[in-house]
Write a protein that binds this ligand. Structure first.
Ligand code: F3S
Ligand code: FES
Length: 232
């Protein structure tokens, strides 16, 4: 099939303003958007800048806007998006070059919500055991690959809001509902404020954008309820 990729370019070393550029080439319907981007980079314009690594939906590095919807380029087939594809960087993230956004502020939010296991109790002789039911409590949010597709889709996160974003809440959820964790009071400082979960307006874009199918809005709701009811 003949395809046309229109890509939002930003090359600050040669031009101050962003612009759109279209690349036309032949591809298979079963090719992924990432295959097309690689084709452009390897055969048409080596200056095209994008992140990708695993190419199999695991590392989360190639989240971008594809025809106006956030997704992973390596998991999006051309037959599902059509022959004319518009590709842009994630919204709400500072753009460094072409499709590469600055993810440092994004990962800073993970530190704020202390997205790691907190348990200052005495160390057990063996690992801290957990039943399958207890593990299932946070099973959905443990699937997060930290790609930023949810956060970049959220109107509450877009410029200037200060909202920590849905991905940070998902990460907090993964530990808040872990039976081995005791850090929820510490997490509440970042979650229970104007820039925390209460900035979420239940828009649901995040749930639609998640490439691994996490029920993001539901997880945010569970965190809201936990903060409201008993702070745990
Ligand atoms: Fe944003 Fe998702 Fe809430 S899109 S407003 S975080 S439900
Ligand atoms: Fe790793 Fe797409 S390149 S998720």
């Amino acid at each position: 099939m003949d395809v046309a990729f229109t890509i939002r370019r930003y090359q600050p070393e040669v031009r101050e303003d962003p612009y759109y550029e279209t690349f036309k080439f032949e591809a298979e319907p079963t090719d992924r958007v990432l295959d097309g981007l690689n084709h452009i980079k390897w055969h048409m314009d080596g200056t095209l800048a994008l992140r990708r690594s695993c190419q199999h939906g695991i590392c989360g590095s190639d989240a971008m806007r594809i025809n106006g919807k956030n997704g992973l380029a390596c998991k999006t087939l051309l037959q599902d998006v059509g022959a004319e594809v518009t590709i842009e960087p994630l919204m709400g993230f500072p753009v460094l070059k072409d499709l590469i956004v600055d993810v440092d502020p994004f990962f800073e939010q993970f530190k704020k919500v202390k997205a790691y296991l907190i348990n200052d109790g005495p160390e057990p002789d063996r690992e801290r055991l957990q039943s399958p039911e207890e593990a299932a409590r946070y099973g959905d949010t443990s699937k997060c690959i930290m790609c930023g597709a949810c956060t970049g889709s959220c109107p509450s996160f877009w410029p200037g809001s200060g909202f920590i974003g849905p991905a940070a809440v998902v990460q907090a959820h993964r530990f808040m509902f872990d039976s081995r964790d005791e850090g929820n009071e510490e997490r509440a400082a970042a979650l229970d404020g104007r820039d925390g979960v209460w900035a979420c307006r239940t828009v649901f874009n995040c749930t639609k954008a998640c490439p691994v199918g996490i029920q993001v809005t539901r997880a945010i709701g569970e965190v809201k309820r936990a903060l409201t009811w008993d702070g745990s």
